[in-house]
Design a protein around this ligand. Structure first.
Ligand code: UD1
Ligand code: CA
Length: 486
């Protein structure tokens, strides 16, 4: 369907959202990595309207800031008091004048509405030459919604709000979504004639339909194929339900693009995440923000990745990661914490209980067990022994550590930064290394061992230890055990 860009999309977002019971304005509550108003703006932006207008009221500063962040060119119109949807649109025409052309009106609290549905609405509107085209839906329980009243010919006659509806009208199961395509010129004129003599004492935008029809204009409607799309979010129960629907929609898209998702019920992805073909996402995994998963990578179970890049064929088990990057074929986990600017090289291994912060781990290098790596550069093929700590902080400032290629750091080494170990260098287990180890040297920094002969026999007489020691020491003297010892 080819069509021209709409002249404007108006997003209504002045309402308070009392039922959220929140200090945060309703439309700033997020699902799948984007605020509700963000979803509304994204759907609007897909239509490439010449003008994007957002009506704000409650929490105007916060909502305004979010709109400015996501749609720099959007016009904010303030509706000081929420006197109804018609009043909100009147504030727009009073602020910016009549907008000639197609004007779409939608809500900031309808995050499941797809841009394709808005496009279809605009397209039918233009094809039929309507003054207004209403997006409606058939629902099993129409309670609370405005009802679509049709004449004998089946043409849309008017919309009656639930509070104003007769018993007969309340039985109608076709409801008003709250989304419309208008002729902007006719809207600007009709909106001035909307009264507030109704059950709620509000200016209803819905009254514009009967006004335009009374003027003899064409009124049309599009019935939404999926009534779920037009469900608004008013409380946190509905927010959770909408999040589930949106997440399922995103997962389905990924699966159809060739991603294996073992357990969709426990997998959560943001709209901004990309996943390569043949990647496998395992149970209990959350992928957030600008996270990118390469082809064939295996993520999970139990991973939380935010703004993290994972290259092809890497495997991650039990990982928390923020702003990190992981090379091709690297293996991580279980239980790894990657903090900002952790860069893990191709084929590297980061093992169990390891934390990495602002460090580069070279290709094929290994940090397999129980380590903290901070402000470090680790060369290709280096092996960092169990329990090694990069002591990067002296209480005042952070300092860097450099570990060369194919270095072997012995278990339980403390590398006191700033310090460097040259290529191929070694450190002895248990060393506290606070000066550089040149390439090829072995750094040893620990007390020499001294055994106090028979100390237990003298000082722990009568204990099990002392009896065991006595037995062992007498056995040592016997010719049989001496032979075995050889
Ligand atoms: C409205 C429609 C109803 C429709 C329903 C769909 C009217 C009179 N009724 O009812 O036919 O079935 O939506 O959800 O239009 N808003 C403002 N300023 C206001 C009032 C509302 O910006 O003064 C915004 C709200 O923030 C919200 C949207 O408009 O995003 C809808 O407002 P709401 O009060 O929820 O309308 P309903 O009474 O549910
Ligand atoms: Ca509502």
């Amino acid at each position: 369907m080819s069509q021209s860009r709409p002249a404007a999309v108006i997003v209504l977002a002045a309402g308070e959202g009392k039922r959220m019971k929140s200090r945060t304005p309703k439309v700033l509550h997020a699902l799948c990595g984007r605020s509700m108003i963000g979803h509304a703006l994204a759907a609007a932006q897909d239509l490439a309207p010449e003008r994007l207008v957002v009506v704000t009221g409650h929490g105007r500063d916060q909502v305004g800031a979010e709109v400015a962040r996501l749609a720099l060119d959007a016009t904010l119109v303030l509706q000081e008091q929420q006197q109804g949807t018609g009043h909100a649109v009147r504030m727009v025409t009073e602020a910016v004048g009549a907008i000639p052309g197609v004007v779409i009106v939608t809500y900031g609290d309808m995050p499941l509405l797809r841009s394709q549905t808005l496009e279809e609405l605009a397209s039918v509107h233009q094809a039929e030459g309507n003054a207004v085209t209403v997006l409606s839906a058939r629902v099993p329980d129409p309670t609370g919604y405005g009802r679509i009243v049709r004449d004998e010919a089946g043409m849309l006659a008017r919309i009656v709000e639930h509070a104003d509806a007769t018993g007969q009208e309340q039985a109608i199961d076709e409801i008003n979504s709250g989304c419309y395509a208008f002729d902007g010129g006719l809207l600007a004129d009709a909106i001035k004639r909307v009264a507030n003599d109704n059950a709620q004492g509000q200016e209803y935008l819905t009254d514009v339909i009967a006004i335009l029809r009374g003027d003899g204009h064409r009124i049309g409607s599009v019935i939404a194929a999926d009534a779920g799309e037009i469900e608004g979010v008013n409380d946190r129960v509905q927010l959770a339900a909408a999040r589930r629907v949106l997440n399922d929609r995103l997962l389905k898209e990924h699966m159809l693009n060739g991603v294996t998702i073992i357990d969709p019920a426990s997998t959560w992805v943001d709209v901004t995440v990309t996943i390569g073909q043949d990647a496998e996402i395992r149970p209990n995994t959350q992928l957030e923000g600008a996270t990118t998963i390469g082809q064939g990578a295996k993520i999970g179970p139990n991973c939380l990745l935010r703004d993290t890049t994972v290259a092809a064929d890497a495997e991650l088990i039990n990982i928390v990661s923020r702003q990190a990057s992981i090379g091709a074929g690297a293996t991580l986990g279980p239980n790894v914490y990657l903090r900002p600017q952790a860069v893990i090289g191709d084929g590297a291994h980061i093992g169990c209980h390891v934390e990495v912060k602002k460090s580069t781990v070279g290709p094929g290098a290994k940090v397999p067990h129980l380590s903290y790596v901070g402000d470090a550069t680790i060369g290709a093929g280096a092996n960092i022994g169990a329990g090694t700590i990069f002591a990067n902080y002296d209480g005042v400032r952070k300092s860097p550590t450099t570990v060369g290629e194919h270095v072997f750091v012995g278990s339980n080494t403390v590398l006191v930064a700033p310090v460097a170990i040259g290529d191929g260098g070694y450190t002895a287990a248990g060393s506290v290394i606070d000066s550089d180890v040149p390439a090829g040297d072995l750094g040893i920094a620990r007390g020499r061992q001294h055994n106090s002969d028979g100390w237990v026999l003298r000082n722990r007489e009568g204990t099990r230890s002392s009896r065991a020691a006595r037995r062992a020491r007498s056995d040592e003297g016997s010719p049989q055990s001496a032979a075995e010892g050889e």
